[in-house]
Design a binder for this molecule. Structure first.
Ligand SMILES: [Zn+2]
Length: 234
């Protein structure tokens, strides 16, 4: 029963995060108003904002103008609640809360990176604050948090210094926050797996001639999936 509640509530929260990720980089208000259609910008009705259900009910088409709704909406609306349930089944209560908070923030950043190749700065500081707060709540010690923060800054900062062309500053900031929240070694594992995944996927796309050397790739979605795998199979 608890999994049904978790699934339903998280699908609502994550669909809200999706709207926030589309609105904040464009400085559009998103609180206390209905979402609008991506194509004709008409306000959506109550039936059309119910996660998963509305997509399936309208078979992936908008009722306002008949345009195709991007399947990324359905993917996130189904994937995120499943991940939350997975975390809940595999992690202890305190670890679960911390993982869920980080997961929610990474969902936001993976979407802003996917849509706009952009990671809004203000939200990065908020993420740092929440990451520190929730880690502190799991152990009530400041020392280890500061220790991991310094190690993460040293490592990922040096990495950025040498590989500026390969990785964005936004990605580095998120990796430093991950290191602070989960521990430096954990963030290092997540980073390595993300790099392997990105190399394989971009390599395949390159061989299939779907991309070329100048294509710019969002890296946060790779960090995001790497984080999910790490927390699930650690
Ligand atoms: Zn429309």
């Amino acid at each position: 029963m608890i999994y049904i509640y978790l699934f339903v509530y998280s699908s609502i929260i994550f669909s809200f995060i999706h709207v926030a990720a589309k609105s904040i980089p464009r400085k559009k208000p998103f609180l206390f108003r209905f979402s609008e259609c991506d194509t004709c910008h008409q306000q959506l009705g109550i039936i059309e904002i119910i996660p998963i259900f509305s997509y399936c009910w309208n078979r992936g088409y908008a009722t306002c103008c008949g345009s195709r709704i991007q399947s990324i909406y359905l993917i996130y609306e189904v994937l995120c609640p499943i991940v939350i349930c997975l975390f809940f089944s595999r992690l202890g209560w305190e670890e679960f809360v911390l993982a869920a908070v980080i997961f929610a923030w990474l969902t936001f950043f993976s979407l802003t990176d996917y849509y706009y190749l952009h990671i809004p700065n203000v939200t990065v500081y908020l993420f740092l604050f929440f990451a520190c707060l929730f880690r502190w709540l799991t152990e009530f010690k400041i020392g280890p948090i500061l220790n991991d923060f310094v190690w993460s800054i040293l490592f990922f900062g040096t990495l950025y210094f040498f590989f500026k062309r390969g990785i964005g500053l936004g990605d580095i900031k998120l990796l430093i926050i991950l290191g602070t929240a989960l521990g430096f070694l954990e963030s290092y594992s997540i980073f390595c797996f993300a790099v392997i995944m990105a190399t394989v996927i971009i390599g395949i796309l390159f061989l299939l001639k779907k991309v070329n050397r100048s294509t710019y790739f969002p890296f946060v979605p790779f960090i995001y999936f790497s984080f999910i795998c790490y927390m699930t199979f650690q």
